[in-house]
Design a protein around this ligand. Sequence first.
Ligand code: TXE
Length: 482
Amino acid sequence: MERYAMFIDGEFVPAHDASVFPVYDPSTEEIIAEVPAAGSADVDRAVRAARSAFDSGAWPGTTAQERGRLLFRLADSIRQHAASLAQLEARNSGKPVVEAEFDIADTATCFEYYGGLATKILGQVNPVPDDALSLSLSEPIGVVAQIIPWNYPLLMAAWKLAPALAAGCTCVLKPAEQTPLTILELARSFNEIGFPPGAINIVTGLGADAGAPLVAHPEVDKISFTGSNATGKGILKVAADSIRRVTLELGGKSPNIFFADADFEAAVDGALFGVFINQGEVCSAGSRILVQRPIYSKFVEAMTAKAATIRLGPPLSRDTKMGPLVSRRQFERVRAYQELGKQEGKLVLGGGRASGFDRGFYIEPTIFADVSNSARIAQEEIFGPVAAVIPFDDEEDAVHIANDTPFGLAAAVWSRDIYRVFRVLKKIRAGVIWVNHMQPTYVEAPWGGYKQSGIGRELGPRGIEQYLETKQVHINLNEKPL
Ligand code: TXE
């Protein structure tokens, strides 16, 4: 069992009271590491370190070129250690190692992208009358608190850290308590790469003990959170007290819409990939599968037959297509939805714990057909390999069902008719829409949700704006102003 320290002010440190919490391998249910359980005092130390690195100019005072170069070096370091990081990610989160390898590659690309963007943060000259010059300057917001979930541990850290650091902000990042290991491994390279103490701080701990004081800390200028809707709402309320800036990514119940004229084989694969990738522990999972009536029965049959062949197994085996869920809590949560689904829909595949494993949080890929969109399994985020298949009649019906949830993170539309595709995608209230595809996500393109799926956008140039303030400067050019 490994013992980790957390990273504050350029040093690896234990919690102030030396308390720790266990980290598990969800495929064996064994403890694989012990990690500091931070409390308010540790959070305070980390925020002060970040404050000092910001206020002294140690980080925002570096040139944009220098910040960019350090992010490139971090990307290089990730690539050098990609194999071991992917293994650790798979072991700690339960995801198949082959998927973890993609995540780690994306993590490196994310730091590289924002390393490049560091030197492209521009201001503006505003078109005011000739006797003045008006400028908009982009400045870093300051100290940012970043709280992330467990489904893409290192990649989510990159989505938060990379744009913030490029913008010149200093960061206190709290990984999810289930999956803190890869970011702590990566932190080993921060000093050598040349990040000044306090620019990046990693505080490990539970949501209530470490996350809550971080969000409430008066020296934090901005909070960026990815996680559950309930926790996001709580954070927004706390932030309201001092009008702190907030970005939220809160998951969804994304519709994956299949019209009868779609390429059938690709559509069936897209439906399965959309909901079963990463064990379904994906904020943009296509967990509501809307199928037009003429192909409905054939589609459900084909989906079910193919999903039955998904190979469950240990995360570190290269043949594994689906690993265990991340934790006992998540396992029990998803099991409860499987049982609920048996009352709300027609079970056509799975519905229980996966057989063939004497331990580990393995769950069967599960499909419910003939689900009403008002059912709880169609309205609530399950965050596991559970699909609700819903029939629809026509475009209008599809759009109505697609929009009929509190969420609006993503959607996909499958059809060969380009006119129909555009009609439908314009009416769908979601932040990301895929056409004849499901889930591809690029660091270059914005990511985030409509409605209760969140506030703000990550990734792409908009991702960096979340970490910038605009300062308007008015310069008088009239020697004798009125
Ligand atoms: O989320 P939490 P949980 C959804 C998904 C899942 C459910 C529960 O449906 O089944 O949420 O997951 C930290 N102040 N998503 O319980 O609690 C916590 O320590 C500050 C969707 O794991 O939101 C962790 O670092 N921080 C989602 C992070 O918040 C707090 C991804 C997420 O945990 C806190 C994850 C508090 N009071 C879950 N309480 C997505 N958008 O992709 C907890 N945390």
